[in-house]
Design a protein around this ligand. Structure first.
Ligand SMILES: Nc1nc2c(ncn2[C@@H]2O[C@H](COP(=O)(O)OP(=O)(O)O)[C@@H](O)[C@H]2O)c(=O)[nH]1
Ligand SMILES: [Mg+2]
Length: 219
């Protein structure tokens, strides 16, 4: 029987970008420390789980991969739903995939929540520089333009891969923890309010009223 893992926060990350930029390879490399040179084709949407310790907290990362829908240059709203962070990938050897980044950002703005964090990833940096079509400076400039962090990576050699996922996970964790704290504070406020109502009810000395208030409180 599989043993259960306790965790502090659950975070949903998405991989986005043109076909063949290496999204599936990045996922495989990060979660299973494995690289496949053949193109990975899957049917339907797929995800992998990875547990991570950050700043004394245990995170459960659920990382979703597209499964060919990106060929149509649009992902369904359902894919974006509930995402805390997005890894937006292009291939340094494929200028077209870099040119697509702005279009993907537009789509993310439309479908993902405003609190959804993003990073820009320039993948395949293991290729010889003479094969590159997009210098890293251009990637950095574009990332600056969108005010998002930039990470050069290679799914083949693992260069930059853990750093990219972990930086994103860290900022997502901070947002999730803040939101949880806010919700807890709200719940405590509501609880105090309910207690006040109950006190008011018992102070009124009206047994009918009292009964009504306590029922409301415990329901
Ligand atoms: N050299 C090199 N090839 C890569 C890298 N990442 C992916 N690939 C190759 O690029 C092709 C497409 O990768 P895949 O992960 O299927 O792309 P996806 O369509 O974005 O999911 C495959 O042949 C991979 O082996 C990388 O970092 N370096
Ligand atoms: Mg893929």
């Amino acid at each position: 029987m599989a043993s259960k893992v306790a965790y502090d926060h659950s975070i949903k990350l998405l991989l986005i970008g043109d076909s063949s930029v290496g999204k599936s390879c990045l996922l495989l490399r990060y979660c299973d420390d494995y690289f496949r040179s053949a193109r990975i084709s899957t049917i339907g949407v797929d995800f992998k789980i990875k547990f991570l310790d950050i700043e004394g907290k245990k995170l459960k990362l659920q990382i979703w991969d597209t499964a060919g829908q990106e060929r149509f240059r649009t992902m369904t709203t359902a894919y974006y739903r509930g995402a805390h962070g997005i890894v937006l990938v292009y291939d340094v050897c494929d200028r077209g995939s870099f040119d697509s980044v702005s279009r993907w950002v537009k789509q993310i703005d439309e479908h993902a929540g405003p609190d959804c964090h993003r990073i820009l990833v320039a993948n395949k940096i293991d290729f010889d520089k003479k094969d590159w079509n997009v210098p890293l400076e251009e990637g950095q400039q574009l990332a600056n333009q969108f005010s998002i962090p930039f990470f050069p990576t290679s799914a083949k050699t693992n260069e930059g891969v853990p750093q990219a996922f972990e930086e994103l996970a860290k900022v997502c964790m901070k947002s999730v923890a803040e939101k949880e704290q806010q919700e807890m504070a709200e719940a405590m406020k509501t609880n105090e309010h309910k207690k006040d109502l109950l006190r008011l009810g018992s102070g009124a000395g009206n047994s009918k009223h009292k009964e009504k208030s306590s029922k409301r409180y415990f329901c």
